[in-house]
Design a protein around this ligand. Structure first.
Ligand SMILES: *Cc1c(COP(=O)(O)O)cnc(C)c1O
Ligand SMILES: [Zn+2]
Length: 419
């Protein structure tokens, strides 16, 4: 294993603001973080990442939730509704069935709006305040819009969201709507929505808070920091592997960055970095294709389909950050069918963990890689479940048992029960 630690340098460049700056991941460009709105490198159009002159150690963190990790973030505090500090559950039934040494589920559905997107938004909306922008916008398969609507409302800033018409789970649209976002339903898929909102952002119409925005990934890094702390508290050890659903690959990139910074801080050795393992739905698996074929670039899929609407994405924008994360940690990527996703959703529910379909992809992927022998029985694994069951009530109802109509009297109910 070898990690690219190029983000680690002990001296801030002249453009840094309080030890924080932006750098292109493809070329030498570096820039000031909060002077100008930027999403991509002005020289080569590469993705940007946030860099720091110092990386904190675990003993420097205090408090709880995302802002516990303020020393690893660009600000000390943000627009917060107590995001983060989500539970890391033991799931004994699935652990037994799958046959690994240890299995825990990091349930990001327990965030305020029911998905990990809150972690990115608490930081992203804080940066938007710093930049003084008037309107926030995103394209979304649903959860990003719910989180942005909520955090934008809290910050008192106008929010515009672009959703693929008919392809967003009911709970998510309801959230965006009630929190007061202006919702545009686009006659196209998520990737088309992102193309449009990126154009709007380039024209200065709105500040873009998709995961292309490097500050969002800073907030999402805290998933990795929490996993390390909680897993250590619960088991005295470190996880060998983290299995996660992949859509735009923002989390994959964010976890990799969290671990690189822990290595730079001297908290983890390179060998201790958990193996990152991505899972996509068969109908939307461009990252899996790139990993399997050994490609450096991800081919955009124009047609995508899956019941797991949160990962119904054909053009993962963070692929240039995420592919090295999977490769350099010795990980892999795997595609699972919608049937396998629903089965995993039921299995999680039996262990008391209610998740939306995309989240269950992590457990479906673990099962598949265990069966193929790619994941060993000696491994200690964390599966990331990204969103709450109530996000997609239709999928949950379809996966569960149907209600049984009965008459409105006890005798009739007993008779129905066959007692
Ligand atoms: C956004 C989202 C994903 C995809 O995450 P990426 O970081 O874009 O790969 C997965 N699951 C759920 C529930 C999501 O909301
Ligand atoms: Zn560049």
């Amino acid at each position: 294993m070898s990690l690219d630690l190029s983000g680690d340098r002990s001296e801030a460049p002249a453009v840094a603001d309080d030890g924080v700056w932006l750098a292109c991941i493809e070329c030498e460009w570096m820039g000031a973080p909060f002077e100008e709105v930027r999403y991509r490198c002005p020289d080569c159009d590469g993705l940007l990442e946030v860099r720091y002159d110092e990386h904190p150690t675990f003993d420097e963190f205090e408090g709880t939730g995302v802002w516990r990790y303020a020393d690893a973030l660009p600000f000390d505090a943000g627009v917060s509704i107590e995001e983060g500090n989500t539970p890391l559950y033991a799931v004994p039934t699935i652990e037994d069935e799958v046959g690994v040494a240890d299995l825990r589920v990091k349930h990001e559905g327990m965030n305020p709006t029911g998905s990990f997107k809150d972690r990115g938004m608490t930081v992203g909306v804080r940066v938007a305040e710093e930049l003084g922008v008037g309107r926030l916008a995103c394209a979304s398969t649903g959860n990003t819009s719910a989180a942005l609507a909520c955090y934008g409302a809290r910050a008192g800033t106008e929010v515009l969201v672009l959703l693929p018409a008919g392809k967003v789970a009911a709970g998510k649209v309801a959230q965006a709507s009630l929190h007061g976002a202006r919702i545009l339903e686009v006659d196209g898929n998520f990737d088309a929505c992102l193309d449009i909102v990126s154009d709007l952002a380039e024209r200065g119409e709105a500040y873009l808070l998709n995961s292309l925005n490097p500050f969002r990934l800073e907030g999402q890094k805290t998933i990795g920091l929490e996993i390390i702390e909680q897993f250590r508290d619960q088991t005295g050890d470190l996880p060998d592997r983290i299995v996660l659903p992949v859509g735009n690959a923002g989390n994959t990139a964010a976890l990799y960055k969290a671990f690189r910074e822990l290595v730079a801080a001297g908290e983890l050795s390179v060998e201790e970095v958990p193996t990152l393992t991505g899972v996509q739905a068969e109908g939307a698996a461009p990252m899996v294709e790139a990993i399997e074929e050994g490609n450096d670039e991800v081919r955009r899929w124009d047609e995508v389909e899956t019941r797991a609407t949160a990962i119904r994405i054909g053009n993962p924008v963070n692929a240039p950050k995420a592919l090295p994360g999977i490769r350099e940690t010795g990980g892999t990527a795997v595609a699972v069918s919608d049937e396998e996703i629903t089965d995993a959703q039921r299995a999680l529910a039996r262990d008391g963990v209610g998740v939306e379909p995309a989240s269950a992809a992590s457990v479906a992927g673990l099962r598949k890689l265990r069966e193929s022998g790619e994941i060993g029985s000696e491994e200690q694994v964390v599966c990331l479940t990204t969103g709450h069951l109530l996000k997609d009530p239709d999928a949950a109802a379809a996966a569960g048992a149907d209600p049984e109509p009965v008459p409105a009297d006890t005798e009739g109910v007993l008779e129905h029960l066959g007692e």
